[in-house]
Write a protein that binds this ligand. Sequence first.
Ligand SMILES: Cc1cc2nc3c(=O)[nH]c(=O)nc-3n(C[C@H](O)[C@H](O)[C@H](O)COP(=O)(O)OP(=O)(O)OC[C@H]3O[C@@H](n4cnc5c(N)ncnc54)[C@H](O)[C@@H]3O)c2cc1C
Length: 236
Amino acid sequence: MQIYWTKINKIVEETPEVKTYLLDCPEDFTWEEGAHTHFAFEGFNAGEKPNRSLIRHMSISTLPHENSIGITTRIKEECSEFKSILRNLDVGHEVAIFKTHSNIPLKRENKNVYLLSSGVGLATFRPLLLDYFDRADNVSHIHSLNIDSSKDYLFTTLFEPAPDKKFTSQFVDNRHDYYEEVKNLSADKDGLFYVVGSDEFLTENINVLLEQGIKPEQIKLDKHQKQLDKFLTIEV
Ligand SMILES: Cc1cc2nc3c(=O)[nH]c(=O)nc-3n(C[C@H](O)[C@H](O)[C@H](O)COP(=O)(O)OP(=O)(O)OC[C@H]3O[C@@H](n4cnc5c(N)ncnc54)[C@H](O)[C@@H]3O)c2cc1C
C-alpha cells in the first residue's frame, strides 16, 4: 500500500460548517471522478495497528485537472477527535492519503443520471458533474437532488440548473419533500440512480427506489461489490 504524504495548500470555507481542504497533488497520484480515499493525520501508522481515530474515508471533491486533491467535510462544534484535529490544521500541514478508488465513475450509457445526496454527500458528485460539463458524451441528462436540513446548500454555483447543458438540480431542506421528489424521479424506469450519504440514508433511498420498480443494477453506491450485494438485496 502506498501512502502519500502531502500538504494542505488552501482551505475554502464553503458554508459556516463545511470546509474544503485542498491538498497538493503528488506527482504520480491520480484518480477518477467519484473516487474516495483514506485521509489520515500524522501518527496514524505509528503503532503496530493503524489508529482509526486518525483516519476517515473521504471522497475527492475535485478532478485532477484542478491540480489539487479536494476533501470537503462538515465540522460541527461538537465533534469527533478526528474533526477537532482537522479544524486546527492550517495551510502547510502534512496529511496522508492512501487506498484511493472510484466505485462510481460517471456511466456513459445514453441514460438519464440522477444524483441523490444528503449534506456533504454532494461533494462526491462535484467531480462527476464537472466531468459531464467537460464532456457530455453518451449521458442524456443529469439531475441532482440534495437534502440539507441546515439550508446552507453546497456548491450552489456549479449546481445551478443549466437546461442548455441538460442539467437540472434541486435542493430541499426536509425529508418529506426529498422522498416525494425521489418518487417523482423514479418515474424514469430507465434512469441510473447514484446515491451518496450515510448508510441509513442509502437504505431508505434504496427501499423507495426498489418500491417504485427501479432495478438494483440501476442503483449506484460508493461501496465495494460485497457491501453492494448486501445493500441492494434489502427486502422491499
Ligand atoms: C466511501 C466514503 C466516502 C466518504 N466521503 C466523505 C466526504 O467526502 N466528506 C465527509 O465529510 N464524510 C465522508 N464520509 C464519511 C466520513 O468517513 C466520516 O464518517 C464522517 O465525516 C463523520 O466523521 P466524524 O469523525 O465526524 O464522526 P465519527 O467519529 O465517524 O462519528 C459519527 C458521528 O458521531 C458524532 N461524534 C463523534 N464523536 C463525537 C464527540 N466526541 N462529540 C460529539 N459528537 C461526536 C459526529 O458528529 C458524527 O456525526 C465518507 C464515508 C465513506 C464510507
